[in-house]
Design a protein around this ligand. Structure first.
Ligand code: HEC
Ligand code: HEC
Length: 282
């Protein structure tokens, strides 16, 4: 499980022109699960939901930007992140895997996307106590188990995130506690050193796969306009062209139908490209 992304190393070098020595000198990145390729249809396709009637994947830019930049790891400088990995904090995990549906403040877009903060507030014994005096601590513990289950298993119209490492889930929950403003947080947000392919995997599985199929689904009826499959992107787009294309700005000044993902940094979208190249979707 902890094997450190070997198939990726040679590619990373080839793609990005990093001297071999520097790659070999990279520190082992601890306890990050091996990445796996994106597979299967998009989440919208799995739900059978009409793109035009759904806001899934398009809520990320809505609402005030309540995300405190101090809670995010600083933008990676120069090329060092390519070999040493990203510093990832709970706020970053939230941007990569929750924000596109739940928005910056976690309020969602009811009735389709429910706000997530209430479920997090339920994990606070302090807040529970204010309502009723008995067994607040027990109920808070149960609520946290439910929250973890919700994250790992998803819901009727929410995908599950069973590929988070225990550390990733803990820092994400630490951030959610902060977002929900609970007075007695039980988890500590800290920075995790995470390799570039993992960052790409989190973004692709946590954001892009809501709309993009991994590969052409045999027998699927064609969409009214094409959403390119993830497996086609490394050959249809160079690394350089991929970043602006991922912002769905469309052509000739017309905005595309996909989200602008303005809250994802260029380096993070490059990481998504790197991941799609190193772990071809199928
Ligand atoms: C593809 C869109 C999507 C993504 C990505 C997503 N969610 Fe959700 N989430 C939903 C929808 C839709 C609902 C409400 C319907 C349902 O229960 O499935 C929901 C509901 C929830 C709820 C329960 C709210 C309630 O009151 O019952 C929690 C908690 C939650 N999400 C947390 C998260 C977290 C944490 C992440 C990131 C790891 C995340 N979600 C990522 C779509 C998403
Ligand atoms: C809400 C749905 C949705 C989500 C989420 C989404 N896309 Fe898209 N994407 C589209 C649609 C629709 C198109 C077709 C072109 C258009 O209308 O913008 C598209 C097209 C693209 C293209 C080709 C654009 C071009 O001009 O060549 C790229 C590259 C792309 N998406 C990358 C991404 C990446 C990377 C992510 C995740 C960070 C992502 N998309 C998330 C809907 C989405």
């Amino acid at each position: 499980m902890i094997a450190a992304h070997r198939p990726a190393a040679a590619l990373r070098r080839a793609l990005l022109g990093i001297p071999a020595l520097l790659v070999l000198a990279a520190p082992a990145v601890a306890a990050t699960p091996e990445s796996t390729p994106a597979t299967g249809p998009s989440w919208l396709a799995k739900l059978g939901r009409d793109f035009d009637k759904s806001s899934l994947g398009r809520v990320g830019a809505l609402g005030p930007n309540e995300q405190d930049p101090e809670l995010q790891a600083p933008a990676p400088q120069g090329g060092r992140w390519l070999r040493q990995g990203f510093d990832l904090r709970g706020a970053d995990l939230f941007r990569f895997t929750c924000r596109s549906c739940h928005g910056a403040g976690g309020r969602g877009l009811p009735p389709e996307v429910l706000p997530l903060v209430d479920r997090v507030r339920a994990t606070s014994a302090e807040l529970q106590k204010k309502q009723e005096s008995t067994a607040a601590a027990d109920r808070a513990v149960t609520a946290e188990q439910l929250l973890r289950h919700r994250i790992e298993a998803g819901g009727p119209s929410m995908p599950g995130f069973d590929f988070f490492s225990p550390d990733e889930e803990d820092v994400l929950i630490a951030y959610l506690e902060r977002l929900a403003g609970i007075p007695d947080p039980k988890h500590v947000d800290r920075s995790l050193k995470v390799p570039v392919d993992r960052v790409g995997e989190l973004i692709v599985k946590g954001t892009c796969q809501t709309c993009h199929d991994s590969s052409r689904v045999p027998g699927a009826k064609p969409a009214p306009w094409p959403i390119p499959t993830l497996d086609s992107l490394p050959s249809s787009h160079s690394a350089r062209a991929f970043v602006p294309a991922s912002r769905h700005r469309g052509q000739a000044g017309l905005h595309g139908r996909g989200p602008e993902v303005s809250y994802l940094r260029d380096q993070e979208l490059e990481a998504a490209y790197f991941y799609l190249t190193a772990y071809p979707a199928h």
